[in-house]
Design a protein around this ligand. Structure first.
Ligand SMILES: *Cc1c(COP(=O)(O)O)cnc(C)c1O
Length: 378
């Protein structure tokens, strides 16, 4: 009897909606009725100026990077403790990467170390909201304003989280969501770009539609459509959007269920944290999270390796996370680390994620908590 690390979310009506897309709507390419429903839902629920579904969180980041209009030699500031997509999207757009250390409490970019990384070539700061817990957005937006930089939020893990009441993804110029099967809401592979300033809307539509003004044509604003500029095919099939729609309709049900699991982990492991045996997640004041992930930070790399094996022997899959990008082959080629790596590599060596998904059974969660406690009692 094994306890998986992740189970893709499934709430019930997904297949019925996919069937509706195929057999009733006869619309399986992009921007059909289900996509439109998802757009409206995201805009209403998060008070977003504009939402566009994409084929992945990665391509939402690619669109954001293209909309930043980077020139060769321009620099982008980002944490090294993140997924490759955060970085590679900006490399494709021609940028040079400048990695900044993380905070050892939230694992988010250390806002106090950003200014030292700014040069006259800096154009963008990428705020990655690790585990769905917000970066210090007031400080980051203030730095961006003072230096004339754009902020892109990698909110792949932050759908339904807020910072001082604002939905993650709606604070910077652009927000990027992921609906991959490992994320809180899913369409298999998919994502969304949130555009927070209307001046980017039209160009975003063009970039998403192979560089054409097809959207203006569909709205009757031009009488034929034409190739206007660079772009790609960033819109997902309406079948995928149908799958996602079932989950957005039940977003609170999914969120509540995950939060209940997260809180049970937190309470169950609190005694170990109080005894100084391991570190639990930290949620700063003003941040409301979405229980995307439950991680613990062990005392050392060896201890983490032993904990993962201990859990595995009990049929529990726990996994570590990012290898710091600045020490990866591509990171070495495309970027530099600004300042000192005080926490990125250290945290990367000691952090481990516990099973967390919609519908995690309370008895399974209890088994995980018991197994972790047993490890530290021994
Ligand atoms: C999942 C994830 C992505 C990429 O999303 P995909 O939908 O898998 O392309 C990007 N950034 C972060 C931080 C993520 O967790």
């Amino acid at each position: 009897m094994a306890i998986s690390f992740n189970v893709p979310p499934f709430v019930g009506p997904e297949l019925e909606y996919v069937r509706e897309a195929c057999e009733v709507n006869h619309k399986i390419s992009g921007d059909g009725p289900f996509t439109m429903r998802c757009h409206e839902w995201l805009e209403d629920r998060f008070c977003a100026q504009k939402a566009l579904l994409t084929t992945s969180g990665t391509t939402a980041l690619e669109m954001a990077a293209l909309l930043c209009d980077l020139q060769p030699g321009d620099e982008v500031i980002l944490p090294s403790f993140t997924f490759s997509s955060t970085a590679t999207a900006f490399v494709l757009a021609g940028a040079k990467l400048v990695f900044v250390d993380i905070r050892p409490d939230t694992m988010n970019i250390d806002e106090t170390k950003i200014e030292a990384a700014i040069t006259d070539r800096t154009r963008v700061i990428v705020a990655v909201h690790y585990a769905g817990v917000s970066c210090e957005m007031d400080a980051i937006m203030d730095i961006a304003r003072r230096h004339g930089l754009l902020v892109v939020e990698d909110a792949a893990q932050g759908v339904m989280s807020t910072y001082k009441g604002a939905a993650l993804g709606t604070i910077g110029a652009f927000g990027c969501y992921s609906f991959h099967e490992t994320k809180n809401y899913s369409m298999g592979e998919g994502g969304a770009l949130i555009i927070n300033e209307g001046k980017y809307n039209e160009q975003a539509e063009i970039i998403r539609e192979k560089g054409t003004n097809r959207q203006r044509f569909l709205r009757g604003q031009v009488d034929k459509y034409t190739w206007e500029q660079y772009g790609s095919s960033y819109l997902p099939s309406d079948m995928n959007a149908a799958y996602l729609w079932a989950q957005l309709e039940r977003a609170d049900q999914i969120n509540d269920n995950r939060l209940a699991s997260w809180n049970a982990y937190f309470e169950g492991l609190m005694p170990l944290s109080e005894a100084g045996l391991l570190q639990l997640p930290f949620v700063p004041e003003g941040c409301v999270h979405n229980a995307h992930m439950f991680y613990v930070v062990c005392g050392s790399l060896e201890e983490r390796t032993d904990l993962i094996s201990h859990l595995k022997r009990r049929g529990i899959l726990a996994v570590f996370h990012y290898v710091p990008l600045h020490s990866s082959p591509a990171g070495l080629r495309y970027g530099t680390f600004s300042g000192e790596d005080e926490h990125t590599t250290d945290i990367s060596n000691r952090l481990v994620r516990l099973p967390m998904y919609y519908g995690l059974r309370p008895e399974d969660l209890k088994s995980v908590v018991s197994a972790v406690r047993e490890f530290y009692r021994a």
